[in-house]
Design a protein around this ligand. Structure first.
Ligand SMILES: [Zn+2]
Ligand SMILES: [Zn+2]
Length: 264
């Protein structure tokens, strides 16, 4: 099946420009140097049905990203982990969830047990059995399985490490989305064969305890050998054009709004 992958946001947790910063990237006139918090959108047409849309992570910029992508419905959300830059936009699912609820029920949110616990805590007015807020999001938490079928597309769980924490990457068809990676366990490489599109996080050149550098990401990209590798979750140390000129063929920094065709 043909689908599309859109990068809704390619910035690191603080976004680029970073508040209060006057560096060359934060003040750059190049629109590719403006990066919202990390998120992605997968769309496809389900045979004999309608267009389906799945969002990976709803960060603090989700509302603006949904407006930019003309997103009018969400069929499911896949969460990678519970950090603020990946979850804080959950509440902005509310208007979309009312429509979804009328048509078929609450929007499923796929999350690990650890992410579920954080979501239930932060958004207790949404998830608590005692919640009385009438306009809360119509959503339901679903445990992430090895294989998560959503309207005809299988989303496979790909375990990766983010510092000490095991988090979730997702493979769909010939594409995979791995964000906030500091290490890829050996056992996960088997899930990364035959890729057209590999999305990998790469924060900057300087080492960081819980994020890969550009050089680490390039090492994995070489081993995995996808046709295209897109780097995301990018900090303000990396200027779009100047960095792209240093990257090998087939590897590039992604940017907000970039859409690539994917085979699902
Ligand atoms: Zn992050
Ligand atoms: Zn800056």
């Amino acid at each position: 099946m043909d689908g599309q992958l859109t990068f809704l946001g390619t910035g690191t947790s603080m976004g680029v420009p970073t508040l209060g910063c006057t560096c060359a990237v934060c003040t750059s006139p190049d629109p590719h140097d403006r990066r919202l918090r990390p998120s992605a959108l997968i769309r496809w047409n389900e045979p004999d049905a309608r267009e389906r849309t799945v969002v990976i992570d709803t960060g603090p910029d989700f509302r603006e990203q949904a407006l930019g992508a003309s997103l009018t419905r969400v069929d499911a959300v896949l969460y990678t982990h519970s950090h603020a830059d990946h979850i804080l936009g959950l509440d902005d699912l509310r208007p979309l969830s009312f429509a979804a609820f009328r048509e078929g029920g609450p929007i499923p949110l796929y999350a690990t047990a650890e992410t579920t616990a954080v979501l239930e805590h932060i958004f207790s007015y949404t998830f608590s059995p005692d919640a009385t807020y009438p306009n809360r999001a119509r959503v339901r938490l679903v445990p992430v399985a090895e294989r998560n079928p959503i309207h005809g597309v299988d989303f496979l769980r790909v375990p990766v490490l983010h510092g000490q924490m095991e988090i979730v990457g997702y493979r769909f068809g010939s594409a995979v989305y791995l964000t906030d990676v500091s290490e890829i366990p050996e056992s996960s490489f088997a899930l990364l064969e035959g890729l057209d599109h590999l999305v990998l996080s790469a924060l900057r050149f300087k080492p960081h305890p819980s994020h890969a550098t550009v050089d680490q990401a390039l090492g994995w990209a070489r081993r995995i050998g996808a046709r295209h590798t897109w780097l995301t979750h990018i900090a303000h140390e990396l200027a779009h054009e100047a960095t792209n000129q240093t990257l090998p063929a087939g590897v590039a920094l992604a940017y907000d709004g970039l859409t690539v065709p994917v085979t699902l």
